[in-house]
Design a protein around this ligand. Structure first.
Ligand SMILES: C[S@@+](CC[C@H](N)C(=O)[O-])C[C@H]1O[C@@H](n2cnc3c(N)ncnc32)[C@H](O)[C@@H]1O
Length: 321
């Protein structure tokens, strides 16, 4: 039994079954503590004795790379860990392959989106309204753009828009108004508890407070890390990198991410049959991928009971044609 102290990965047997179909180059674009990577490497080892396989693990958080390096020690020889953003997946893969003298044709890509349990549980990272910490929320600690900048510098209107679009928060306007009034009176908001206090004072009804806090914190995190823009980019890039019959698996945790994954996968799978009524026998252009999962795969009750993070996980998989 593997112990996951950094982060317990979700849907592991499903990822292995969908993704690990041949030896080759695998990319884990969201390495975290390396839980999924370890499972992929073990499956490759068991099925093909690791020969001809390389796993490229990418994370923008230096702490994740450290934890993963420790967890993946037994497979050090066939693992390359890179600090970077998966929006640069294509150039990272090309540069690693150039160094190793490999063709940059990838067999499997995994994106397990969002933040790790380690990031959420580390108070100093400022991701959680349950822990007092600075208003930070950067996954990449080398970036200079933090949640404090947004909360203290965005105009009320911009804040409201952010909470509405990235948090889908119905009380976005009144929360933005409260933050603007608070900072005018008291100066900059400096910590997670201070911000949570302002939000609590504006949430409608006790039972809704937790949902509102989650939504506002989610909106800030998405903005700080440009999560939705980089996701679009990585899906396009990732599909370009895949070898024939190579697969990409994406696990998302909220509707905004899942909508993007679903839309991009559907667009890439669509063939162009020209204007209606022409009746072509062959499409003008075939879709670049096929949908391996028509509906998102979700975790079984047993997994949700032992790992609550799995509750909102949705897995979608495509295969390059
Ligand atoms: C849900 S965790 C992944 C956990 C991992 N699957 C495991 O088994 O431990 C998401 C990880 O992806 C990283 N991440 C999120 N967005 C990223 C991006 N655009 N580029 C690189 N890393 C990213 C986060 O820093 C975090 O460590």
């Amino acid at each position: 039994m593997v112990q996951y102290s950094y982060h317990e990965p979700v849907l592991v047997p499903e990822i292995i079954a969908f993704l690990v179909t041949k030896p080759g180059i695998y990319v884990d674009g969201t390495l975290g503590g390396g839980g999924h990577s370890l499972a992929i490497l073990r499956a490759l080892h068991d099925a093909y004795s690791s020969e001809g396989s390389v796993l490229i693990g990418i994370d923008q958080d230096g702490a994740a790379l450290q934890a993963a390096a420790e967890n993946l020690k037994e497979f050090e020889a066939c693992t390359v860990l890179v600090k970077g953003n998966f929006k640069a997946l294509d150039s990272i893969v090309k540069s690693v392959c150039r160094e190793k003298g490999l063709q940059p044709k990838v067999q499997g890509i995994l994106l397990d989106l969002g933040v790790s349990s380690f990031q959420i549980d580390t108070a100093e990272r400022g991701f959680s309204y349950l822990r007092e910490g600075p208003l930070d929320m950067r996954m990449d600690m080398d970036s200079s753009f933090s949640a404090a900048h947004i909360v203290n510098n965005y105009e009320e209107k911009e804040l409201a828009r952010l909470f509405y679009i990235y948090g889908e928060e119905p009380r976005s306007r009144s929360i933005a108004r409260a933050i603007a009034a608070y900072r005018l009176k008291n100066g900059p908001v400096s910590g997670t508890e201070e911000l949570a206090g302002i939000i609590r004072g504006n949430a409608a009804g006790r039972d809704k407070i937790i949902k509102t806090l989650s939504r506002v914190f989610q909106a800030l995190r998405i903005e700080v890390n440009s999560e939705l823009e980089v996701l679009r980019h990585a899906l396009d890039d990732g599909i370009d990198c895949l070898d024939h019959q190579g697969r990409m698996a994406v696990i998302s945790y909220h509707s905004l991410e899942d909508r993007i994954v679903k839309t991009v996968f559907a667009e890439k799978a669509r063939s162009d049959w020209g204007p209606k009524g022409v009746g072509l026998r062959e499409p003008l252009e075939r879709g670049a991928v096929s949908l391996v999962t028509r509906k998102p795969v979700v975790a079984a009750r047993q997994e949700i009971d032992s790992n609550p993070r799995a509750r909102s996980a949705k897995l979608r998989v495509i295969e390059k044609i």
